[in-house]
Design a protein around this ligand. Structure first.
Ligand SMILES: NC(=O)c1ccc[n+]([C@@H]2O[C@H](COP(=O)([O-])OP(=O)(O)OC[C@H]3O[C@@H](n4cnc5c(N)ncnc54)[C@H](OP(=O)(O)O)[C@@H]3O)[C@@H](O)[C@H]2O)c1
Length: 255
């Protein structure tokens, strides 16, 4: 059980982050962050903060406020993130900048900022990556790039951490949250899971200090099988065909 900890959770106004707040409230003291702070679950042990984590000033404020409110941080869950579902064709720097700032810079900067305060003291830093950290998905090329980046960063960074400092990555498959409407995708990949299932897996992963948290055992199994029979790449190929069809129809409508 995760008990008596001082915890920061980003992306707390919806989906996985909101479920994490519910799972961890009561036994722990939490600073929960999102831009829409009014949507963060209400509980006596949760302090909601409205912060945009996609810039340095926001992240610095978050760390300052967390230390002011909690005194120290034992567990930091960097969960805020989003995707575009799109046909990637036009050169657009701002578009790339926006997703990398939230999905990559914020979690990496948050870890640096926490380490600077903790020195060699123990902590757990959890990042919600994705099943797309291993396999890029058609329509989500840019998003997959952000989640691959996190995995590469974590692999190197773990060797630099002190004993007792844990960097833990979570790899959810398609999860029923606002994620797909924010991404503007009508098409939900299969299989799917519930946000509460992901949150429970994260809590277990925190308890057992797991470096890699797979909320879907089926995905883990399919990853293993794919080393012998490439079922996930075959699945992506099929998705790629559907994606091309969908976007050629959309383009035809716009022509
Ligand atoms: N759903 C899936 O299928 C899936 C699969 C794999 C991984 N993931 C990852 O899981 C994490 C949580 O996503 P979710 O599925 O729970 O989606 P969600 O329901 O859309 O929640 C996303 C959360 O991130 C917050 N957020 C986004 N941009 C932010 C910013 N600039 N500053 C502060 N907060 C920000 C949102 O809050 P505000 O809008 O109020 O700021 C919201 O609370 C993400 O990192 C996502 O990439 C999701």
């Amino acid at each position: 059980m995760v008990k008596g900890k001082r915890i920061v959770i980003t992306g707390a106004s919806s989906g996985i982050g909101s479920e994490l707040c519910k799972a961890l409230a009561g036994e722990n003291t939490i600073v929960a962050v999102a831009r829409r702070a009014e949507r963060i679950p209400v509980h006596g042990t949760i302090t909601p903060l409205s912060i945009d984590v996609s810039n340095k000033a926001g992240m610095d404020r978050l760390l300052d406020e967390a230390y002011r409110i909690l005194g120290d941080v034992d567990i930091f869950i960097s969960n805020a993130g989003f995707a575009y579902y799109e046909k990637w064709q036009d050169a657009d720097w701002e578009h790339m900048d926006s997703i990398f700032k939230t999905n990559v810079y914020a979690p990496i900067y948050g870890l640096q900022a926490l380490r600077a305060r903790k020195g060699s003291a123990p902590f757990q830093y959890i990042i919600t990556a994705s099943a797309m950290s291993f396999y890029g998905m058609p329509g989500y090329a840019l998003y997959s790039g952000t989640k691959f980046a996190l995995r590469g960063f974590a692999e190197g960074m773990r060797y630099e951490l002190e004993p007792g400092q844990h960097l833990q990555l979570v790899y959810p498959i398609a999860t029923l949250t606002e994620f797909f409407s924010v991404a503007q995708s009508k098409h939900l990949p299969w299989p799917r899971q519930r946000a509460v299932t992901v949150a429970q897996a994260i809590v277990r992963g925190i308890e057992h200090k797991k470096n890699h948290i797979f909320p879907s055992p089926m995905y883990r199994f399919m990853q293993g099988v794919s080393r012998i029979i490439p079922i996930i790449p075959i699945y992506m190929k099929i998705e790629g065909r559907k994606f091309k069809k969908e976007f050629s129809k959309t383009e035809a409508v716009h022509d």
